[in-house]
Design a protein around this ligand. Structure first.
Ligand code: TRP
Length: 377
């Protein structure tokens, strides 16, 4: 039987069944026990963990075992820039988790900008396009407040001298047939795209190479990125390194409805970009945010709305209303019909615009300090 959904780094389509995905990918659910264990170290919980936006993992218990033995970890994630695919609020989820982990565990952050990746996968892109987009994307990362002294940006084409040697060691242990089945490639994929996964693997152990000792690593990512590491984790012990731990987040659904992934390239009105103006945010949410409300005011008052399918409620729950009591009140009022769909949207618009105002200010200032983040080694 054909699956109703598809999740690979290069395609997310259909209604994603996260329960099935956990089994298919062979990852573990982040359960209450693990959450408690994390909270013992952090003192509080980031909303993304509290609300289980980060819902699955690999080897987090091992990471904490090592940490408790005094073996500190570093954090790694990345972003492949592409022209016409600006950063949206869904992209921020793993990066916000990274920043929180950096603060709580005083950890180094290694951020990869593989400026060759989308160049290799999208026929229409030039390297100049992806390099320019990379600059823009760095501003969004910096705006989240990473520690200048402990955060290192790696840009594949600029840091190729550091990466290539290690990428070769990984690539030697991965066959074309593995890559084909994991990413849905065919004989006609270009040979650069086949090699790429080994470039993405390198940063999971590059700090260990640079420091001459093995350092544990944790990688927060959207679950579509897992296949890169499912393949390369097996290779790492073979070349003398730890397997990295991984934390997976669900996708932020598009404005138009639950089930899929907010995507920057397909429907611009279904995504909220970090550079959107307050009026754009308002227009998009009012016009496109899928509502769990009833068709008429009378019906809504009588029967109430459904927050489970209401995009505005879901965004508040996943990212924008950290206060449990306030969220519970919104949920109750919406279910009972006291809170109307337009009122719920207004709450979300306010929250997002407050967040974006600050983000955009920091994003402007980031232009002056970008150089401090680029790894000089
Ligand atoms: N492939 C990722 C993308 O398409 C970019 C990336 C590079 C990445 N290294 C990573 C993502 C590590 C997660 C973790 O955006």
């Amino acid at each position: 039987m054909k699956k109703e959904y598809e999740v690979t780094p290069y395609e997310v389509k259909g209604e994603v069944d996260y329960e099935k995905l956990i089994k298919e990918f062979g990852v573990e659910r982040i359960n209450d026990k693990l959450i408690e264990r994390i909270e013992k170290h952090t003192g509080d919980l980031n909303i993304l963990l509290k609300r289980r936006v980060f819902f699955a993992h690999r080897d987090l218990n091992w990471l904490l075992d090592e940490y408790e033995k005094g073996n500190k970890f570093f954090i790694y994630t990345g972003r492949a820039s592409s022209k016409g695919s600006k950063v949206h609020i869904g992209h921020l989820m793993p990066w916000i988790m990274c920043k929180w982990l950096q603060d709580k565990f005083d950890a180094e952050m290694w951020f990869q900008f593989p400026d060759e990746e989308k160049f290799l996968y999208k026929p229409e892109l030039t390297l100049k396009d992806t390099e320019e987009a990379t600059y823009e994307d760095m501003l969004d990362v910096i705006a989240l407040g990473f520690n200048t002294k402990k955060t290192f940006f790696i840009i594949d084409t600029q840091h190729a001298n550091l990466l290539y040697r290690e990428a070769c060691r990984v690539a030697k242990k991965i066959t074309f047939s593995t890559v084909k089945s994991s990413f849905g490639f065919t004989e006609s994929n270009n040979i650069g795209s086949i090699f790429y996964t080994s470039m993405q693997a390198v940063l999971a152990f590059l700090p260990s190479v640079l420091k001459g000792k093995n350092i544990p690593c944790v990688i927060p990512l959207g679950i579509d990125q897992d296949p890169h590491f499912r393949i390369s984790r097996d290779v790492m012990p073979k070349i003398g390194h730890y397997k990295p731990a991984i934390m997976h987040n669900v996708f932020l659904p598009p404005l138009t409805g639950m089930g899929g992934k907010m995507a920057a390239s397909s429907n611009k009105d279904a995504a909220i970009f970090t550079t959107d103006s307050p009026s754009e945010v308002k227009r998009k949410i009012n016009k496109y945010a899928f509502s769990g409300g009833r068709d008429t005011l009378e019906e809504h008052r009588k029967l109430g709305g459904n927050p489970d399918i209401d995009i505005s409620f879901q965004y508040l729950k996943m990212m924008f209303e950290p206060d449990d009591k306030k969220l519970a009140r919104i949920e109750t009022d919406y279910r009972s019909g006291k809170l109307l769909s337009g009122e719920l949207k207004a709450i979300l618009i306010e929250k997002i615009n407050t967040f974006l105002k600050e983000h955009q200010e920091k994003r402007e200032k980031a232009k002056l300090i970008i150089d401090k983040f680029i790894f000089k080694g």
